[in-house]
Design a protein around this ligand. Structure first.
Ligand code: FEO
Length: 171
């Protein structure tokens, strides 16, 4: 059975992952509003991935005999000044999520909760990928600029992204 400290921290992380989904859906709606449908597609898939992250914590907590509690989700920002500004926010947000995961890992280690340490390793690795993919798009946006052919090509490229579960399962 999982201890109460860990249970509380995982419930907070479920909330943070669902907030991430909410934030990326808000960004998706922003991109739809400026007719960059490929960017909107990328964000929508990113939001789906965040729900998978939340559910991975949810299922883990249930499996360990913990009690899942849904906390309130803050309203995210609804508009951005440019695609670059939105993606800079994605990169910054992912860095924040990485620090939350690292804090959870620190707690699991302090509590000698080996099962949670093992589960959290997946998230530590996943965050390396999350930061790297956001940073790559920030750098591309800086290269192509905000208008013209470059942004159109990038929109087409991001429109190709299809959902594949980050956990490698059908969930
Ligand atoms: Fe769930 Fe994008 O980290």
């Amino acid at each position: 059975m999982i201890n109460k400290k860990m249970e509380k921290a995982i419930n907070e992380q479920i909330n943070a992952e669902l907030y991430s989904a909410y934030l990326y859906l808000s960004m998706s709606a922003y991109f739809e509003s400026i007719n960059l449908t490929g960017f909107a597609n990328w964000m929508k898939i990113q939001a789906q991935e965040e729900v998978v992250h939340a559910m991975k914590f949810y299922d883990y907590l249930v499996e360990r005999g913990g009690r899942v509690t849904m906390l309130s989700i803050d309203a995210p920002q609804t508009t951005w000044s440019s695609p670059l500004s939105a993606f800079e926010d994605v990169y910054q947000h992912e860095q924040k999520v990485t620090s939350l995961i690292h804090n959870l890992m620190d707690l699991a280690l302090a509590e000698k909760d080996h099962a949670s340490v093992s589960m959290l390793r997946w998230f530590v690795d996943e965050q390396v990928e999350e930061e790297s993919s956001a940073d790559a798009i920030v750098e591309k946006l800086k290269l192509v600029g905000e208008k013209g052919r470059g942004i159109f090509m990038l929109d087409q490229q991001l429109g190709q992204r299809a959902f594949t579960s980050p956990t490698g399962t059908e969930d």
